[in-house]
Design a protein around this ligand. Sequence first.
Ligand code: DC
Length: 226
Amino acid sequence: MTFNAPVITIDGLSSSGKSTISVLLAEELGWHLLDSGMLYRSLAYLTELESVDVNSEEKIHRLMNNFKLSTINESNIYRVIYKNKDITDYLNTESVGINASIIAKIQFVRDLLLPIQHSCIKEPGLIANGRDMGTIVFPKAILKIFFTADIEIRAQRRYEELLKLGEDVDFSSVLSLLKARDEADKNRNISPVKPAHDAQIVDSSKLNIASVLDKILELYTISRVK
Ligand code: DC
């Protein structure tokens, strides 16, 4: 597959900081942004909302006929539209995340989402974040970043994020759910989370956001002169 615009992929485990940095990078470069986790979250949310069996390929296919990605209001960030309604703001809860991790193990779901993700490549470029952006979805990306961070630090970030969303959570359950999701995402047979062989590893545990952004911009500049 040849791309008609450059792609930078940012993969990593949950709460590794990839979403925050992707938004900043997309703003800095003026590129489009695809948060692919949102697609799995959408299916998790919609199968529950519409009482669809997650193992029925036909039913999931039908659900996806009403599903599209779109950028709105001058923003370059793709949002999920279902039956002409923007559902993006309903997707960030802990329970939707857990169900998304289960749905993400199904091969036909991943296959169905592939062309949707490819359709997001638009000029001047695309930042795509998730688990398999560099390995499976955009293997020809010009720059591939893989984010890591200590589990305690990731759990703290997720805990603060959930508190801000008004969820009633405690730190120790956030930590154990994160560990369980790490295991599920790393050890599944299909598209497990791992760095692409040509990915640059960035450990965000001790770096602040501004220095992570600088580092990625520097890697991007180097990738352009190669
Ligand atoms: O990044 P996130 O927490 O929004 O992702 C939700 C789930 O979706 C995550 O547990 C694994 C899955 N996922 C995936 O399998 N592949 C992707 N490219 C993105 C997310």
